[in-house]
Ligand binder design. Structure first.
Ligand code: FES
Length: 105
């Protein structure tokens, strides 16, 4: 599944991520800059924060309970904010655009 990561400097990095992995895992495995993922995907660090492109908001959905709370610790939370470790890659996300913030935490 192709996920397009937009790094903090604006570089677009289209990456093939296996279905069932998280958007965070796809970033870390491919050296995408700006995703730190300190807790390794446990939804307890907020350093995998990124912005989902507005066109994708509905498909990806809103953050659930724990994630919504953790997002309060994210740097510059905005309407498209999600913790990327909580987004599972599926076929429906082909072409998803995810913008990574300038910094984490
Ligand atoms: Fe820690 Fe996502 S990796 S909250």
């Amino acid at each position: 599944v192709k996920i397009i990561y937009i790094e903090p400097d604006g570089s677009e990095r289209p990456i093939e991520v296996e279905e069932g992995r998280s958007v965070m895992e796809g970033a870390v495995a491919n050296g995408i800059r700006g995703i730190v993922a300190e807790c390794g995907g446990a939804c307890s660090c907020a350093t995998c924060h990124a912005y989902i492109d507005a066109a994708w908001a509905e498909t990806v959905g809103a953050p659930a309970g724990d994630e919504a709370e953790m997002l309060d610790f994210a740097y510059e939370r905005a309407p498209g904010s999600r913790l990327t470790c909580q987004i599972e890659v599926t076929d429906a996300l082909e072409g998803l655009r995810v913008r990574i913030p300038e910094k984490q935490g």
